[in-house]
Design a binder for this molecule. Sequence first.
Ligand code: M6R
Length: 369
Amino acid sequence: EKGGYDYFMLKEIAEQPKAVADTLLGRIDTNGSLTLDEVRIGAAELREIDKVVIVACGTAFHAGLIAKYAIEHWTRIPCEVELASEFRYRDPILDSRSLVIAISQSGETMDTLMALRHAREQGSRVLAICNTNGSTIPRESDAVLYTHAGPEVAVASTKAFLTQLVACYLVALYLGQVRGTKWGDEISAVIRDLSHISGEVERVLETMEPVRALARSLADKKTVLFLGRHVGYPVALEGALKLKELAYMHAEGFAAGELKHGPIALIEEDLPVVVVVPSPRGRSVLHDKIVSNIQEIRARGARTIVIAEEGDEAVVPYADHLIRIPATPTLLQPLVATVPLQVFACELATARGNEVDQPRNLAKSVTVE
Ligand code: M6R
């Protein structure tokens, strides 16, 4: 049932192009606009929403962090993202004009379930983004947008994450489409790009051998840091989480702009630092800033592992290891940038002799608070 792979995780990483394509299937119509009947909240009501609140845990939370950039950019609706386990204990401000989005692969995560119950008690609408048909979270929500990743067996979430991102982009673009924003043309262009993105994920998978070799060469390291900006920041957090849970290594993700506010003190000779570089097109200011961050850490001895778009030559002089990803619109980059980090963590775990599909102390779905 592992389809010839040594681990479910490897199989699930490889299934990502299909998972992404399946999650888009039937949701983009022939004239290039979105049909999301599943959202089941009428256009008039969607126009009334004055706040989006996303609740989730772990990897699903990272999908939510990325969704915030997309939702706020394309819809101009303020969006908060909160760890489900923190949410209801701080008496959050919610009402009938808040749209709460609960993201969960399993649909059984107790923290997320309690958060959505709390939101419904406050009169908010809850939309679930979920991978498991008929599970508790979608049953208790007002509506559900299913991700079509297929069953995810490995404890570490991979294909579910990519499909959660797709679902979040769909919701953001749909809200933008229904409410109408100045980004109308951009929304149509991004919908077109999304419909081709599974091919880009496939291309990334075809170039992963050097990433595996790099991971094996780092098997005796104690710490790996991850840096990103904008949507690359949650990608860095996700890269660090994967490494913690699979390789049992100390790993931390930082917003690159925070380096000088503390974390740069951690940099020492030969410390591996993975940097997710935003596209040099689009928000090029961010790109240039991160290139100077890479220079700064390299000058202090870090071993820089740089994930950058094809054609981005500015990073070349400062990259000890360069991992290329296809050019995508800025907000969609996490769909391709996360894949090498999954492969990296999986290979490091294998090299360290860890149980890849069943990391110690962890369960696939956490049904206690
Ligand atoms: O089933 P859920 O998406 O609600 O699970 C949330 C987290 O427990 C989950 O993403 C966890 O962080 C993964 N093991 C990460 O790989």
